[in-house]
Write a protein that binds this ligand. Structure first.
Ligand code: PMP
Length: 451
């Protein structure tokens, strides 16, 4: 897949050179990877870590602030920040202190702590939904949202927008291929598509057509799609239309702010004044200590509430897990939200995000390329087209995976760890002007070689 307007042969030649350098520079990572193959599929603790990058895995020794250090002694200005789950930066002092204290007091009781009330209250303040529940990841938060939505509406289907990612549970792992819904990966039941509907982002007519059957329990979407295809921004009026048609057809609406929470306290929900029945978050809310959460209205929470003293065998909604909402995650989230993810910290990351976008635009314009630079608060990136795509199909037309892969490996060899392919670089709250300078210098260097 090309699409950037650059010569694919030149891209391939540079990729070969950079791949060779990548391997050459990292003998210890190579050794560890070889040992890993004996005990783990793909040689890594989560096989996806191998398939999500086309270069060999990097083994990490440590990280601090905005910097990642590998076992071969290379340091990277980190713009992937663990796919945004370390937006707080690595090892913020307040979180280290809170987690160290809590682990000594007990990391798990299967009983609530006072911190959970603080964290739920702070999420309610940020996102405007009154009632919250906790899991260990955004995937399971979305899974529970769907179960509650099904219990609450008596409907089974769920609707997502094309280009989405909401986790690795069955209902969401379907995609459109040649106009048909198909399972996205192996290992899924063949009838997984029967309960899911997918329509293009920004297409209110298609949405209305599907929802008018009144058999969809919940629409789940990010307020702007941030996965797989770079950010897709909503058209003017899209969210108003989405809320109106979901209400009119008795469908619930869930905003997944797992990534978009980096735009400020309360994510895009607060920034754009969005109304919904559920909001899910995860990743960085507890500074990378596992925690997912979802907020909901009192109406939908009614299916979870059990009056005091009642003891009957009425079926419960299938939610919960032994380690969910544990005191360690709660202590981390309280410290992260009270001391790290502050208004000033978001403003700092946004200033750097704008600098990064300005710098990318300048390099692109100077090279005479007709590409679009993303401006997504702390995050930037590129579409290889003159105007930003509105749908996943448009985004894929000129996505140019080989060029994106070259950019990753080229930057890695120059001390910059870029976002995974399909996302864009994000400045964490720990990022610095020097990090942004390093990104822009390495980017300009590559474009200079390509153009
Ligand atoms: N929702 C969104 C929007 C995401 O981007 C992701 C992960 N990329 C998830 C949910 C799932 O998060 P996790 O893998 O931490 O469960």
């Amino acid at each position: 897949m090309g699409g950037s307007g650059l010569d694919p042969a030149r891209v391939a030649a540079l990729k070969e050179r950079e791949d060779a350098a990548f391997v050459e520079m990292r003998p210890r990572s190579r050794e560890l990877w070889a040992s890993g193959q004996a005990v783990m599929p793909n040689g890594v603790p989560m096989s996806w870590l191998r398939t999500s990058y086309d270069h060999p895995p990097l083994f990490i020794e440590s990280a601090g602030g905005s910097r990642l250090r590998d076992v071969d002694g290379h340091e990277y200005a980190d713009f992937n920040i663990a796919d945004m789950s370390m937006f707080t930066g690595y090892g913020p002092a307040a979180v280290v202190e809170a987690v160290s204290r809590q682990v000594g007091l007990g990391s798990q009781y299967l009983l609530p702590t006072e911190d959970s009330i603080w964290v739920a209250g702070e999420l309610a303040r940020r996102y405007g939904l009154p009632l919250w529940q906790f899991t260990l990841a955004a995937t399971s938060a979305n899974t529970e949202v769907i179960r509650i939505a099904r219990a609450s509406t008596g409907r089974e289907k769920v609707l997502f927008f094309d280009g989405k990612y909401h986790g690795h549970f069955d209902d969401v792992l379907v995609e459109i291929e040649d106009g048909h819904l198909v399972p996205e990966e192996d290992g899924l039941p063949h009838d997984v598509t029967t309960r899911t509907r997918v329509v293009p982002f920004n297409d209110l007519e298609a949405l209305e057509r599907v929802l008018s059957a009144r058999d969809v329990a919940v629409v789940i979407t990010e307020p702007a799609l941030t996965n797989n295809v770079g950010p897709l921004m909503p058209d003017d009026g899209f969210h108003e239309g989405l809320r109106e048609v979901t209400r009119r057809t008795g469908t619930l609406l869930a905003y997944d702010e797992t990534h978009t929470q980096v735009v400020g306290p309360g994510g895009l929900t607060r920034r754009w004044g969005l109304a919904s029945d559920f909001v899910t978050v995860g990743k960085s809310i507890a500074a990378g200590i596992p925690l997912g959460a979802y907020g909901m209205t009192e109406e939908v929470a009614a299916v979870l509430q059990r009056p005091d003293g009642r003891d009957d065998d009425k079926p419960q909604v299938a939610v919960g897990g032994t380690l969910f909402g544990n005191p360690l995650s709660m202590a981390a989230a309280r410290a992260a939200m009270s001391e790290v993810l502050t208004d000033d910290a978001y403003a700092h990351s946004q200033r750097l995000g704008s600098r990064l976008a300005d710098g990318l635009s300048q390099v692109v314009a100077a090279a005479g390329l007709e590409w679009t630079t993303h401006r997504f608060w702390p995050r930037s990136g590129l579409s290889f087209s003159p105007s930003p795509p509105r749908t996943a199909a448009e985004a894929m037309e000129d996505f140019d995976v080989p060029l994106r892969r070259l950019l990753r490996v080229h930057l890695a060899n120059r001390g910059v760890w870029d976002a995974i392919v399909g996302a864009g670089p994000t400045c964490s709250v720990a990022a610095t002007d020097e990090d942004v300078d390093a990104y822009l210098a390495a980017f300009a260097d590559l474009i200079g070689e390509l153009v």
